[in-house]
Every structure is written in structure tokens, then in C-alpha cells.
Write a protein that binds this ligand. Structure first.
Ligand code: EPZ
Length: 419
């Protein structure tokens, strides 16, 4: 089992190109199934979750290969419609393949997806939407067996009870080649949804309204292959900004999706960091000690403050001057990183969905274990701020979302080794 050894207390300083986005690459890879031709995806991050998606595609009979952040997927010879349980369990996004396989073949067999343990993560909205689109869904011995009643999915009016990112993606993927028109009300507005729709439009799909809460899709008989560049990863961007801010450093983040990171930047600015943006660059300079954030930090669907950036911001605030208050509104178990931060000397009190973070003068290094992706990243942020050495285990969680995190940190002058 690999670990990260971090010697903290160094100011991070330098220029970093932001990696491609994990959470749009995954549904886009699923979307390649609908084309039946070759798709070339540039700026695709090389991450363990992306390799899982590639194993799913290859298992279905598609051909997927990677080199230098370019994924080439050819789905012409796809000949399977079932994803084995072992592959389903590797990540949450395995469920997104359901909509795409159904869109291509009218049938598929999956099982409950895996992914980070963030509390209960049901798929009821996905299933209910598929049923509205004419799919018969049965559960049998842990398998979810789906079949279009008339051989092909049809369009439907779907109102989501909550703007679920995954459910919105699954509906879009099933709808782009379905018969007729699909309308999604209360759809998720996350930038990754727009990236997926951008890719599908490049393949010939007819989609309007992405980025808003009503998406309209007119089903097309056939899509075609394309070459597409994946957007930058706003959550990895927030993580590196939090890291640099908490070490009192300075960074130019290039190839950054400035507008998409804005909800995070507007909160980070309250800590006293000076942040400016120019084209696709973000420049951040941090003072010696951050100030606590005076407004309650409420995680919300986009364009609210992202739940995926809650843990890394908390790490930047554990040794800020004053008290910051977090309210986690998306997942019911997303404070698992706090016990590691407390072990490093942080003063955090968790009361249900609220976390009260009283800034302490300094953190000390400790042996800690990552238990989920963003929680693991937050431990890396704190380890870089702490005095002394930290050893982070469980880093397979971090590798699911950050491309060679230790290289990025070393490029900025930090001391982080993988052993
Ligand atoms: C996506 O997860 C992201 N994952 C998550 O990022 C992110 O935290 C989340 O959206 C919210 O922004 C990927 O894109 C791969 P949801 P997803 O469906 O689609 C409940 C990361 O760290 N819900 O919007 O699973 C659900 O339990 C990951 O990169 C239902 O109740 O999120 C949650 O409370 C972690 N029934 C809320 O909705 C359903 O059928 C939001 O979930 C579906 C969801």
C-alpha cells in the first residue's frame, strides 16, 4: 500500500497547469458508446476512476486506449450490455453507463454502484427516470435488469425532486438517441453537465438548456464520432488554491476554468487572499495567516458552493484567525476527514450537518488515513501546512481524482513523496 510522506511548513509558490476534469470525463466516456464510431478525448486526466471507466468500455466490447492525456474510444464493435458487479463497485459513475447502454441497445444489466462512502447514495431518481422513458427495470439477486418495453427508450417529461448530477447525466445519455423529446425540469446545472452536453452536441445530439434548470433534448436516430477537449477540473483547481492559500504562498493556475471556480473563489477571497483572474488564469497571493470566513459556508448545487470543495477549504481554515462555520447540505456523511484534522491539532466540532472550525495557531504532523477522495485531499492540504512530518495512507482514494498529486505539489516547492 502506497503512502504520501509530507514535510509541512513550506510556502508553496509557482505556476501549475490544471488537470482535465474527472467528473465530466466519466460521463463523456460513457457517451462514446452512443456514437458507434471513434471518439478522441483530449485533456482526459489519467486517474484510477478513468481507468475503471476504460475497463467498463473494453468489457462491453469497445476499444479504449490512452496516451498523453488523450483517450481514444471506438465503440463500433460493442457487443455486450452487462457490466459485471466487480466493475460496478469500483466507482459511483459506473451507473452513468446505464443511460448510455440503454440509449444504444435498449437493454442493460448493472448493479448498485460503488464510490466514496459519503452516506447513503441511492439511485432512485435514476431508476424512476428510466421507467418514465419506457424502460422496464427489475431487480433480481442484486442485478438491475433494464429493457426498453418497445425495444427503444422514448422521450418523457421528467421533474427531478432534487437536481442530482448523476440522474441528470443518465437521462441525457438515454434521451439523445431516444424516440421523441425529453424535458428535464430541475436538472442539475453543474459545469460538468454542460461539458457532457458539449461533447454530445459535437457528436450530433440536439440538446438545449444545459447550465439551466430545464434541459430539452430531441432524440436523434444516430450520433457520430468526434474529437473533443475535456474541460479543466474545477475541484482540483479549488484544492490547489486552498493548498497554496493555507501555506501563505503564491500561485498562477493556468488552463483554469475561471467562471466555473468562481463560487469557490468568492468564499476564499474572504480569507484575505488576493485573487485575480485573467482569461484562463487564476493568480492567488496569500498573506501570513488566513482570516476565518465570516459567512456560513453552505454547500449547495451549482452555482452554490460545491460540496466537493468543502473539505479542502476546511483544511485551509483550521489554522485561520477566528471561527468558520460549515453547513453540508448535499451528503449526510461528508465530515469524515475531520477526525484526521483533529489528530493534527485542529479544533472542529461536528453537529449533524454543521461543522464549527475554530482556528488554531498551528497544526502538527501526524499519521493519518484518507477515507474518501476529497477528504484525502484535505489531509494533504493540512499536512502541507503542519509543522513536521505527516504520513498519509489510504491514498488510493486521492489517486481517484488527482493526477500525481505529489508531482503537482513538488512543482510548487512543497515536500511530498510517494513511498
Ligand atoms: C456527483 O455525484 C459527483 N460525482 C460528486 O463528486 C459530487 O459530490 C456530486 O455530484 C454533487 O455535486 C461525479 O460526478 C462522478 P448527486 P452524484 O446525484 O451524481 C442524492 C467527487 O468527489 N440522490 O447530485 O452521485 C444523493 O444521495 C464526487 O468527485 C438521491 O437521493 O451526486 C445526494 O445526497 C463525490 N437519489 C444528492 O442526491 C438519487 O437517485 C446529490 O447527489 C441520486 C442522488
Amino acid at each position: 500500500m502506497q503512502k504520501l510522506i509530507v514535510n509541512g511548513g513550506k510556502r508553496l509558490r509557482g505556476e501549475l497547469k490544471l488537470q482535465g476534469c474527472k467528473n465530466s470525463s466519466l460521463p463523456i466516456m460513457a457517451g462514446t458508446i452512443l456514437c458507434g464510431e471513434e471518439c478522441v478525448l483530449d485533456n482526459c486526466p489519467e486517474l484510477t476512476d478513468i481507468y475503471s471507466a476504460s475497463r467498463i468500455l473494453n468489457g462491453l466490447g469497445c476499444k479504449c486506449r490512452f496516451s498523453d492525456n488523450r483517450a481514444v474510444v471506438n465503440s463500433a464493435d460493442m457487443n455486450m450490455t452487462e457490466i459485471p458487479e466487480k466493475l460496478m463497485r469500483e466507482m459511483r459513475s459506473s451507473i452513468i453507463f446505464m443511460g448510455a447502454i440503454l440509449g444504444r441497445t435498449g437493454e442493460c444489466t448493472v448493479s448498485m454502484p460503488g464510490g466514496c462512502e459519503l452516506g447513503s447514495r441511492p439511485i432512485d431518481m435514476h431508476i424512476s427516470a428510466m421507467r418514465k422513458m419506457g424502460i422496464d427495470v427489475k431487480e433480481s439477486y442484486g442485478k438491475i435488469i433494464c429493457r426498453a418495453v418497445s425495444g427503444k427508450a422514448h422521450g418523457a417529461k421528467i421533474s427531478l425532486p432534487f437536481p442530482s448530477v448523476g440522474a441528470t447525466e443518465n437521462i441525457i445519455l438515454c434521451a439523445v438517441t431516444a424516440d421523441g423529446e425529453t424535458i428535464i425540469n430541475n436538472s442539475a446545472r453543474e459545469p460538468e453537465i454542460c461539458d457532457l452536453c458539449g461533447f454530445l452536441r459535437a457528436c450530433g445530439a440536439d440538446i438545449h438548456g444545459d447550465g439551466e434548470s430545464r434541459i430539452v433534448i430531441k432524440g436523434k436516430n444516430k450520433l457520430h464520432g468526434c474529437e473533443y477537449r475535456i474541460m479543466p477540473d474545477r475541484i482540483a483547481g479549488a484544492t490547489y488554491l486552498a493548498m497554496v492559500a493555507s501555506t501563505g504562498g503564491e500561485i498562477i493556475l493556468t488552463d483554469a476554468c475561471v467562471a466555473e471556480i468562481e463560487p469557490f473563489i468568492s468564499v476564499l477571497e474572504q480569507t484575505g487572499c488576493s485573487i485575480s483572474t485573467y482569461d484562463d488564469r487564476i493568480y492567488l497571493r496569500s498573506g501570513s495567516r488566513l482570516k476565518a470566513v465570516r459567512d456560513r459556508i453552505r454547500t449547495m448545487p451549482h452555482p452554490g458552493f460545491p460540496t466537493d470543495a468543502q473539505a479542502v477549504l476546511m483544511s485551509a481554515l483550521v489554522n485561520a484567525d477566528g471561527t468558520s462555520i460549515f453547513e453540508e447540505n448535499i451528503f449526510d456523511c461528508r465530515y469524515r476527514h475531520t477526525s484526521a484534522l483533529i489528530k493534527m491539532g485542529a479544533d472542529i466540532q461536528v453537529l449533524g450537518k454543521i461543522a464549527i472550525v475554530k482556528g488554531v495557531p498551528e497544526l502538527h504532523g501526524a499519521n493519518i488515513e484518507a477515507t474518501d477522495l476529497r477528504g484525502g485531499a484535505s489531509m494533504a492540504v493540512s499536512a502541507l501546512t503542519a509543522e513536521g512530518t505527516s504520513e498519509i495512507s489510504g491514498i488510493s482514494h486521492i489517486d481517484r481524482g488527482y493526477e500525481k498529486i505529489e508531482n503537482a505539489v513538488r512543482l510548487l516547492g512543497g515536500d511530498m513523496q510517494r513511498v
